[in-house]
Design a protein around this ligand. Sequence first.
Ligand code: RP5
Length: 166
Amino acid sequence: MKKVGIVMGSDSDLPIIQKAADTLAALGIPFEVHVYSAHRTPEQAKEFAANARENGFGVLIAAAGMAAHLAGAVAANTTLPVIGIPCQSACLEGMDALLSTVQMPSGIPVATVAINGGANAALLAAQILAVEDAVLAQKLDAKRAADAATVLEKDKKIAAQFTQTV
Ligand code: RP5
């Protein structure tokens, strides 16, 4: 199976990346995690993206906060699909990173998930890999079914607690 490459702009983004890593691990998808910054280590970020396809990656995830250029910079150097995670920082609650990540000019796409959306980034990466992987697609179907069962269980409890007949 192709690997998922995860890049974060700083190790301070790790709590968000942890959710992505946990999700990929649960699905049995191989992945690597790196700290490369579009601003502080631009050459390393570029090299990772430019060599990703020949290094066995199928999808890349890039997480960054503040003036978040990492996902765009990664996408500029590969035609692999790139998923951007805008990370929340202290000042603007992640709106800065959201707009920086999602508003890519035409020609270089970044599929942007929600602010701090580590789990969804991993699930989207899995769904991309599952286009050509029936076993992975079945795992994703099973996860959806299990998640739905959890919600229905919560519904039962809440309905029992709050329903009133007059
Ligand atoms: C971004 O700046 C990083 O992705 C991080 O979200 C933010 C702050 O980085 P640190 O100052 O915590 O290293 O490049």
